[in-house]
Design a protein around this ligand. Structure first.
Ligand SMILES: O=C(O)CCC(=O)C(=O)O
Ligand SMILES: [Fe+2]
Length: 291
């Protein structure tokens, strides 16, 4: 477990309807520092809070569905969580990248110099011959083409080429998450007018396909979208809940992390207006996804 601020026992008792500001702050700080919901529930239990009371408060403070918090409170339900990159910069395996923007709700980090220009060009060259119309996963877990997602794309297998392997290792080191927790690196190519409409990357537990898509690796917990070129106009990544648009710039990336049901993690690949847009996306799972 990562270091967390002390939760004072003196904060108990409290009424059912008010959450004391210190406790609210503590819940937020603990969640922000990368603790899973299950860790959080356990820490509260250790401090003397009742299970039902803790679930209610955590759901309210973090703005999560109660069902999500309940699922996370079951023993053994906890998967791993990524470590959010810390500003101002991180050096992984001799490569230094800068953390230029951080938000907490949703958890977003804008990363500059995630990839070198050569790495961006190399990924595009390796992906180009294998592009196909992108698909989405429907509510029953089936893959399909979708008018909401009109780009072309392809997936690399884990460690498929030396370049892919190097980038996967960099992401693993940066987020303190084994390479095995990643889905294969996805490359996407958008042309003018193409976009990826607002969506969540986590899988919706209320949909019938949920158990199929999470059978291997469990839930998605974080995404890294890396920009492989700079579109002439448009093509940023939008986070409408906080009015943030991350500019697509070659070599930069946006990392975001979420819990199941996190409404603030809504995001979109905004339409490319002029030029083209290439990205590489890495989705992380709470448990090993690769054998
Ligand atoms: O194209 C983008 O900027 C966002 C891509 C995205 O949301 C995804 O691949 O899940
Ligand atoms: Fe996405």
């Amino acid at each position: 477990m990562v270091r967390q601020p002390e939760l004072a026992h003196s904060l108990v008792p409290m009424s059912n309807h008010t959450i004391r500001p210190e406790l609210r702050e503590w819940i937020l700080a603990t969640a922000r520092s990368g603790h899973s919901l299950s860790d959080l529930m356990k820490l509260m239990k250790d401090a003397g809070y009742g299970g039902e009371q803790s679930r209610q408060m955590v759901a309210r403070v973090l703005n999560l569905p109660l069902a999500t918090v309940m699922a996370a409170s079951k023993p053994g339900s906890s998967g791993r969580r990524t470590r959010h990159p810390e500003p101002p910069q991180q050096t992984v395996d001799g490569h230094t990248l800068r953390v230029t923007i951080s938000t907490d709700k949703p958890v977003v980090r804008v990363l500059e110099n995630m990839l070198t220009a050569e790495e961006c060009e190399g990924l595009i060259a390796e992906a180009k011959p294998r592009l196909q119309r992108s698909q989405t996963v429907d509510v029953e877990g089936r893959h399909q083409t979708d008018e909401r997602r009109t780009s072309q794309g392809m997936f690399f297998r884990i460690g498929e080429t030396p370049l892919v392997q190097r980038i996967e290792q960099r992401i693993a080191d940066l987020l303190a998450m084994p390479v095995s927790h990643g889905e294969g690196l996805q490359i996407l190519h958008y042309q003018p007018g193409q976009e990826y409409e607002p969506h969540f990357d986590w899988f919706d537990p209320t949909q019938p396909g949920f158990s199929a898509v999470t059978a291997r690796g469990g839930q998605r917990i974080a995404s890294v979208v890396m920009y492989l070129n700079t579109p002439a106009e448009g093509g940023g990544t939008g986070f409408p809940s906080i009015g943030l648009t991350v500019t697509a710039m070659r070599g930069s990336a946006v990392y975001f992390a979420y819990e199941t049901g996190d409404q603030a993690s809504l995001h979109a690949g905004l339409p490319v207006i002029k030029g083209e847009k290439w990205i590489a996306t890495k989705w992380l799972r709470e448990r090993p996804y690769q054998a």
